[in-house]
Design a protein around this ligand. Structure first.
Ligand code: ADP
Ligand code: MG
Length: 318
């Protein structure tokens, strides 16, 4: 298939919502930003062999490319509305493209987020999605608003995605349901968009966990100009992770594994009950895992005693 045909067949939505004036097909897209709202923009690129193993199924690559961007909207408390797709691939394989587009659509549908443009070029496989969303003009979430004394929360079970990546890379426990569960957590992260929206007026700071819990917590703490104490005994445990990797390795994966796309956030202690209520309304488990302090660093504690932990999050250039 040629470039034009390919864009038409795989990446041209049949219809758009009323907030898209001009979608795929022109030199650029035009959308409506309602008054009283702000445009929120983010971009994330996935490179084959770096962000996912070369043998990752096309549908999962499509899902993931969008999901990691939706997760950025979640972390801002924003509603995702539109996205553009820059697709660089070595060949135009119709089957691959059909599956990729299916995965992309599957991730887009639950949030009603619309593909409004992109670019299609030849080269080593990499996928870049830019996402655009809306947030009320009177407030969005940032990493920078935490205060000493705020309670620290994380959604879901961090570590599972990193476990899934290992399962995939090392062909571990191939058929078991635990291995499948972990693999799914890596390949199909669930962006916490509803949770982010719900937290908009409660959380003091938020970010999504992409590089690893400890390293991302350091970023949140630094942005907020405070420190944090992380209570290792309260980390949400994944039974599947435990069964496949054992206690010690599971803890490493929880603290330093990336790719979870869970939300890490803070709220005043007196709002903890409200956080629990909101989390249950959106159907996402949120665990209290620590407290912010004024120390300027991240300290892990076990049974109330400080323990030294390696911080080894993902960094492309170190
Ligand atoms: P231009 O002539 O401006 O370079 P292109 O030929 O690259 O435009 O693209 C034609 C139209 O198709 C544009 O509207 C562009 O946004 C859209 N498009 C190109 N590639 C993709 C893609 N992978 N997904 C969605 N839309 C795309
Ligand atoms: Mg043009």
């Amino acid at each position: 298939v040629g470039e034009f045909e390919l864009i038409k067949r795989f990446f041209s939505p049949e219809r758009y919502a009323a907030d898209v004036c001009l979608g795929v097909g022109d030199d650029a897209a035009v959308v409506i930003v309602p008054s009283g709202q702000r445009l929120v923009a983010a971009v994330d690129t996935l490179v084959s062999g770096v962000h996912f193993p070369d043998n990752t199924p096309a549908a999962d690559i499509g899902w993931r490319a969008l999901a990691v961007n939706l997760s950025d909207m979640a972390a801002m408390g924003a509603t995702p509305r539109w996205f553009t797709l820059s697709l660089c691939m070595p060949v135009a394989d119709e089957r691959w493209l059909a599956e990729f587009a299916n995965g992309l659509r599957a991730a887009a549908e639950p949030f009603d987020v619309q593909l409004i443009g992109g670019d299609t070029v030849k080269g080593p496989l990499n996928i870049s999605v830019q996402i655009l969303g809306l947030v009320e003009a009177d407030g969005w979430l940032t990493r920078a608003g935490a205060h000493p004394g705020d309670v620290l929360f994380v959604s879901g079970a961090p570590g599972e995605a990193a476990g899934g990546l290992r399962v995939m890379q090392e062909s571990l426990h191939g058929g078991t349901s635990d291995a499948k569960h972990l693999l799914q957590r890596f390949l199909r992260p669930e962006p916490r968009v509803m949770l982010g929206r719900a937290l908009r007026n409660v959380a003091t700071a938020a970010m999504d966990v992409s590089d690893g819990l400890l390293v991302d917590l350091s970023k949140l703490s630094a942005a907020s100009g405070c420190g944090a104490q992380l209570f290792l005994d309260t980390l949400p445990q994944s039974p599947a992770l435990h069964r496949v990797f054992g206690a010690k390795m599971s803890e490493q994966l929880m603290l330093n594994g990336g790719d979870d796309y869970e939300l890490l956030f803070t709220a005043p202690a007196e709002s903890a009950a409200q956080v629990a209520e909101l989390a249950s309304q959106v159907g996402v488990t949120c665990s209290r895992i620590g407290v912010m302090d004024a120390s300027g660093r991240v300290q892990c504690l076990r049974n109330g005693k400080p323990v030294a932990m390696d911080v080894r999050g993902y960094d492309h250039f170190s």
